[in-house]
Design a protein around this ligand. Structure first.
Ligand code: SF4
Length: 326
């Protein structure tokens, strides 16, 4: 409850426009998620595409409004605040996001200088201080010397350099909480580690709360303290990163973790795939446990009743009937 960012039983649904006389239908993208992220901590949010992880990140920084549940930021309930109120309490300065695609997230008509200066102008930061902070942000993301970059435009930069600019823009207002949504998935494998290292250094230097959204657990190991594994908009497993990776409990978490490629080629034959089958339709999700159609351990109760979240080991929470004492 005392964490910088707290979500309590959060639900974010998208409405599908109904036809004439039809009832509206909802995509249950985030359905009953609770979590807390402390300052200086990185939470990795892992799941297949369509698992609701991006919707969760966007809801926490109020780019989306949830239909129910609560979000607290530094102790203030921001769940349904209007944009003006969010600005008034400094929320927009204190949170930011790094998007997946460095090609579309930067305006091609704006110079790097303007891209970095704009958020500071919105905040009314004085000109001299703006210059100082632009140089410092470029140095932090290792685009040096900064004067070689500030007058360039995004198309003059490589994908990795663009993503560094996007990170510089995200940190320029000195935020307390950053959501990074698949920040390296569109980059060449050869530069992913570089970008992740930059993110890790910045997060640790500034003691930010950090949410790292990815479908690829192997990239999360660089800097994650905790892990939340989502399935079909819901909680599957949550706990300390190393603990969960070493000994996952939820059958979906087990299949995800077993699918991580083994760096030792002699073990490649032992690699297994993520649970067979497709992620479910979130308009009409499966009854009971949403994973039951793909779960090798599904029991009768799994089809009928939604499992509760239980603390299966100290600090490790799982939403699965296998761990419910009955
Ligand atoms: Fe599998 Fe049942 Fe656990 Fe769901 S609740 S993951 S179906 S064992």
């Amino acid at each position: 409850k005392d964490s910088l960012v707290v979500a309590h039983r959060l639900r974010t649904y998208y409405t599908i426009k109904p036809g004439l006389f039809a009832k509206p239908r909802y995509v249950k993208a985030v359905d009953d998620i609770s979590l807390g992220i402390d300052r200086g901590i990185t939470l990795a949010v892992i799941g297949e595409s369509g698992s609701g992880k991006t919707t969760l990140g966007r809801t926490l920084i109020r780019l989306l409004e949830p239909i129910s549940g609560e979000i607290y930021f530094d102790g203030v309930n921001i769940t349904h605040m209007k944009e003006e109120e969010l600005k008034k309490i400094g929320f927009r300065r204190r949170v930011s996001m790094v998007f997946q695609d460095p090609y579309s997230s930067l305006n091609p008509f704006h110079s790097i200088h303007f891209i970095l200066e704009e958020p500071l102008m919105i905040q009314g930061v004085a000109r001299d201080e703006r210059e100082e902070r632009i140089y410092k942000a470029l140095e932090e993301v290792k685009l040096t010397p900064p004067e070689d970059f500030i007058n360039k435009y995004p198309h003059m930069l490589s994908g990795g350099q663009r993503q560094r600019v996007a990170i510089a823009r995200a940190i320029i207002t000195n935020p307390d909480f950053i959501v990074a949504d698949e920040p390296v998935s569109m980059l060449d494998a050869s530069i992913r580690v570089e970008i992740l290292t930059i993110l890790k250094d910045i997060q640790q230097r500034h003691k930010m709360a950090f949410m790292y959204i990815t479908h690829d657990i192997s990239t999360a190991k660089y800097f994650s303290d905790y892990i939340l594994i989502m399935y079909a908009g819901q909680f599957a497993e949550y706990g300390p990163f190393r603990d969960v990776i070493k000994n996952p409990l939820h059958p979906y978490a087990q299949s995800l973790i077993e699918a991580i490629p083994d760096p030792d080629p002699s073990n490649r034959l032992r690699e297994r795939k993520v649970a067979p089958g497709e992620p479910p339709n979130l308009v009409n999700p499966p009854s009971g446990c949403r994973f039951h159609p793909r779960c090798p351990y599904a029991m009768d109760i799994c089809k009928r009743q939604e499992p509760p979240v239980v603390e299966a080991r100290p600090g490790v929470f799982v939403k699965c009937w296998l761990y419910v004492k009955r």
